[in-house]
Write a protein that binds this ligand. Sequence first.
Ligand code: ATP
Length: 261
Amino acid sequence: MTIPAQRPPSEQPSAAMSLRGLVKNFDTRLAVSGVSLEVPAGSFYGLLGPNGAGKTTTLSMAVGLLRPDAGQAFLLGYDVWASPAEAKALVGVLPDGVRMFDRLSGPELLAYHGLLRGMPADVVDQRARDLLDVLELGVDNRTLVVDYSAGMKKKIGLACALLHAPRLLVLDEPFEAVDPVSAALIRDILQRYVTGGGTVVFSSHVLEVVERLCSHVAILSDGVLRLHGTLAAVQADRPLQDVFVQVVGGRVATGSELAWL
Ligand SMILES: Nc1ncnc2c1ncn2[C@@H]1O[C@H](COP(=O)(O)OP(=O)(O)OP(=O)(O)O)[C@@H](O)[C@H]1O
């Protein structure tokens, strides 16, 4: 039976991403415990949290890579599990820890992604060249992606996410392992993308980047959304670092740790 695509009531949903009560257990471990979040269209949304907080699990459920035990995820008005083709056509995803087809070169990987998305070959070719050039990966670089450095893998993953000019970008730690020059370049690309009407949701541990870029912030810990809203409201005139430590709790050093070292 074919399930009809559920068109949103409005052609322009005000939320680019809407998460409703997402839950995920891994065996006996509750990784995400009822996360609900509205990401306004046109926002630059930073998802923060300590290691193991549930950021990757939440984003994976949000984009249809991991089936939730409970809850729903809507992307630009489409239920990602009921209407996956419609939802995924509008979204670019940089997943964390998902294997790419890394026995291809960068240009081949982009061509593969573009053609899989049904884009015309000449458009794929032109955009792939632009992306490889801008991200300094080498337009004619025949190195296989498996042999790329960690930062280069991040950048080719970002290029794959951007290739079809999606309306929403969901990026899991896009700044991890990239050098400062590339990070500045990626910040610039993403800022221009949001200025042009796109929406970005990304996870990061780099608070300075979040503070500089984001219009909205959410802080997750132990699978629970602790705080979310506009950057100004979340900060309330405090450095984001202070808010983060206060919200997630922090171990206080006594000075006697690893005394044997
Ligand atoms: N496939 C899996 N099988 C079992 N447990 C998992 C799996 N994926 C994640 N977990 C667990 O779920 C919890 C949340 O993990 P997740 O990767 O979502 O955290 P994170 O906030 O992205 O962490 P980090 O900042 O370190 O990347 C952790 O306790 C992790 O050990």
